[in-house]
Design a protein around this ligand. Structure first.
Ligand code: FE
Length: 289
């Protein structure tokens, strides 16, 4: 019997700005939802006004986490201190495991038009926090699409749905990351590994999320995030005008978290070490070199 997940919490997040003045909405990593283990942060950015994004994210460090950028519209150039560089376009994904450290910039490649997407931060387990940095840059064409009989169109970024596996591999949190488009009144069910923490963020239309065989779900509007309760599947029923949402799940770490901006470690000492390494220019170099 299916153990349906219901909605445990709803948050709209808060408008803020980050980088050199990029306007965005922080949905995870704000007072109402500080941490959904292993997810430290979810930012939704979306504007067709260049002033809201053009300043970008000039060089900044990361340690102890993974940053996952999913572009819906617009183009972003990324470049790090090890010489890795590339452009992320619409439908593209970058799963970056910062590990012991990278210093990178994320700058809009375009000068006008719409820029839209998400950045998710995934915590690393203690044993991997100082691992060498790793990139998985996924071209839009490498993200498989599942067309379901129930009308749902599903882009599989990570994890597996209906036997189709996403291109992102070897991530400790065993993540599920789906981009789901539903037609008006479409009803669609998604297995979500039990034991994983999970959320859904609606970014077009409305959806009733978390219904069971008999129980109703909760209405989630465009711009709201639903934290899912325990269970092994979730049911989504789109509103009259359809819905588009991301459904994301990951295995919780259950480890202590000490955060200082873009450094996320397990102890205060490790944070002080990160700051020292950064200030002394020993941040990204391999250890003992
Ligand atoms: Fe970054």
């Amino acid at each position: 019997m299916t153990d349906w997940r219901n909605v445990a919490q709803v948050t709209w997040g808060r408008e803020t700005s980050d980088g050199a003045g990029v306007r965005l909405k922080r949905v995870i990593g704000q007072p109402e939802l500080d941490y959904l283990d292993p997810f430290l942060m979810l930012d939704a950015f979306g504007s067709d006004a260049a002033d809201d994004y053009i300043a970008g994210f000039p060089p900044h460090p990361h340690r102890g986490i993974e940053t996952v950028t999913y572009m819906l519209a617009g183009r972003m150039r990324h470049e790090d201190d090890a010489g890795n560089a590339g452009i992320l376009g619409p439908g593209g994904v970058q799963w970056m495991t910062a590990g012991r450290g990278i210093i990178h910039s994320e700058m809009p490649e375009q000068e006008e038009g719409e820029m839209r997407g998400f950045q998710l931060w995934v915590n690393l387990p203690a044993k991997d926090k100082m691992c060498p940095p790793r990139y998985q840059n996924i071209e839009p064409g490498a993200v498989p699409t599942v067309e379901r009989a129930d009308g749902a169109t599903i882009k599989v970024i990570a994890g597996t749905i209906d036997g189709v596996a996403g291109p992102v591999r070897g991530i400790e949190a065993a993540p599920l990351y789906l981009d789901v488009t539903l037609p008006g009144r479409g009803v669609s069910d998604y297995p979500v590994p039990s034991g994983h923490n999970a959320f859904s963020y609606v970014f077009a239309g409305t959806a009733e999320i978390g219904a069971g065989e008999t129980a109703p779900g909760k209405l989630i509007r465009d711009g709201e995030l639903a934290v899912l309760g325990a269970g092994d599947a979730v049911r989504v029923r789109a509103g009259e005008d359809g819905a588009r949402l991301i459904l994301v799940a990951g295995q919780p770490l259950g480890e202590p978290v000490v955060k200082y901006g873009p450094f996320v470690m397990n102890t205060r000492e490790q944070i002080l070490q990160a700051i020292e390494d950064y200030q002394n220019g020993r941040f990204s170099a391999p250890p003992n070199e």
